[in-house]
Design a protein around this ligand. Structure first.
Ligand code: C2O
Ligand code: CU
Ligand code: CU
Length: 498
């Protein structure tokens, strides 16, 4: 293992006892991290076209082992898609997988019919062709399958990728943020996996903690970390500032990212857009499906180890309950070159308009209780509409979680702000535009939810726990968005589209 000395020696002793290497052996950060290919698509009068083909294959994820995997335009994970605000986007998603699946645009503000949720199954051999206009600020979104009851399986096998949105008004050109993809603006898709001796990935979850026999089961918790699909990775840094787009694409695991030398970094964006001003932090905790963009400063020749420290999962949910107490993982080593190109200084302001959603005094308040694998005591039902919202309205969603589980709420098609977190004003790193939030056990989180402008009384958006096995077990609900004033007439039962 790698030993780090210095001023934090005492703390590190604690960290080290807890530290998880991997089931393969001590990490040496021997492999250059894979940077997913950037797919900018072909542009013509009709917009930007992304051609995606999902297929099964095998990948050498661990040294010397072949793992059966799924991928998009490759055998594991998929390319990074990139588009700008105002552009029309079209996708041709060619499903060459052995099973029906869907492709969902997590964090995208788009009509429900283009969202790729469980109502939009793509049969093997079929091509799905959604299209929409990018109508939201710069952000780091992602795509992944969403077939009802099979999402964890399809994501674990390898279908997932990043979707970067640019925005001329709040753009990096103006803000001076690093923006050279794969050079000083680097995607880090973090996933935990559990491998069997023959190289296959564990897909179901075997231990009590993982299974649903035990209370709080969350599906597979892997003991091996992959970054962009790379095991034991390092990244070469060539500039004084590097922007990392951290994305937790794991099934359930919560990471508490920080550097082993305890260096400060700046949060510049959350899931659904840039924050107002860079937020100095030493740790950032990301639950499943949360993203954060951080900017890290380097001196020539320096090495920095990004680690996930034991996450804070709430008082009634001690960390040992998550995975036997061992939930400190090394993620990736960053290695600065002897000569670094000088980055522009980090700007003081990142956007003109605050990411705050204005809440009217008469905002509708809804309550959601996450417990077991249900929301408000109900399992997901494809034909049931759980909520009808007025287009462009702002609602307050009060989300509580029971003491017996680990839950993370995600809402499709929109952005929200966290208004209160555990009854208080949220910490700085939870104050921007988000689409996913961890709901600690026995606590309440109040959200200001900015409803989409796209109206369709017959086709729902989803909201659900992003612990994928919870979602698969039915911890999901549906809402439709209708013309203001027509909420009462909207159907509460819809047909299940397939
Ligand atoms: Cu990340 Cu409903 O999805
Ligand atoms: Cu989503
Ligand atoms: Cu959950």
């Amino acid at each position: 293992g790698l030993l780090v000395g210095g001023a934090y020696g005492v703390n590190f002793a604690v960290v080290y006892r807890n530290r998880r290497q991997s089931n393969v052996g001590d990490l040496e950060f021997a492999n250059t991290v894979h940077i997913p290919r950037l797919l900018e698509g072909s542009s013509d009068g009709a917009g930007r076209l992304f051609e995606l083909k999902a297929r099964a294959g095998t990948t050498e994820l661990l040294p010397g082992k072949q793992t059966p995997t799924w991928g998009v335009n490759g055998t594991f994970l998929g390319p990074t898609l990139r588009a700008r605000r105002g552009e029309k986007v079209r996708v041709a998603y060619d499903n060459r997988l052995p099973e029906a699946t869907t492709l969902h645009w997590h964090g995208m503000h788009l009509p429900a019919t283009m969202d790729g949720g469980p109502h939009q199954m793509v049969e093997p051999g079929a091509v799905w062709k959604p299209y929409w206009t990018i109508e939201q600020p710069a952000s780091t979104l992602w795509y992944h399958p969403h077939p009802h009851e099979e999402t964890a399986d399809h994501v674990t096998r390898g279908i997932a990728g990043m979707f970067i949105l640019d925005d001329e008004k709040e753009t990096e050109e103006r803000t001076g943020l690093p923006r050279d993809y794969g050079v000083d603006d680097v995607p880090l898709i973090v996933q935990d996996r559990k491998f069997n001796d023959d190289g296959t990935m564990e897909l179901r979850g075997a231990t009590t903690m993982e299974s649903f026999a035990g209370v709080g089961g969350v599906g597979v918790l892997g003991d091996t970390i992959l970054v962009n699909g790379t095991y034991d990775p390092h990244l070469k840094v060539t500039s004084t500032l590097v922007r990392l787009r951290l994305m937790n694409a794991s099934n359930a695991r919560v990471y508490n990212f920080g550097f082993t030398d305890n260096r400060e970094f700046h949060l510049v964006a959350q899931e659904n857009g840039l924050v107002e001003r860079p937020v100095p932090l030493r740790r950032i905790q990301l639950a499943a499906a949360e993203r954060a963009e951080i900017v890290v400063r380097f001196e020539p020749g320096q090495k920095a180890l990004l680690r996930s420290f034991a996450p804070d999962l709430g008082n009634s949910f001690p960390t040992e309950r998550m995975d036997g107490g061992e939930d400190t993982f090394d993620i990736i080593e960053l290695r600065a070159a002897q000569k670094l190109s000088k980055s522009r200084p980090l700007p003081e302001r990142l956007r003109d308009t605050p990411p705050a959603i204005e809440v009217p005094g008469d905002a509708r308040v809804r309550e959601f209780r996450m417990s077991g694998t249900q929301i408000n005591g109900k399992d997901m039902e494809m034909t049931r509409v759980d909520a009808v919202a007025a287009a462009r309205s702002v609602e307050l969603w009060d989300v509580t979680a029971s003491s017996d589980g680990m839950h993370t709420l995600h809402i499709h098609g929109l952005a929200f702000n966290v208004v209160t977190y555990k009854g208080k004003r949220p910490p700085a790193h939870l104050r921007g535009a988000k689409d996913t939030v961890h709901v600690p056990p026995d606590e309440k989180v109040r959200l200001a939810v900015a409803m989409p402008r796209h109206v369709n009384a017959d086709f729902p958006y989803m909201f659900h726990c992003h612990v994928l096995k919870h979602e698969d077990r039915g911890m999901m609900g549906q809402f439709t968005v209708v013309r203001p004033g027509t909420e009462d007439q909207a159907p509460r039962t819809i047909s299940a589209h397939h």
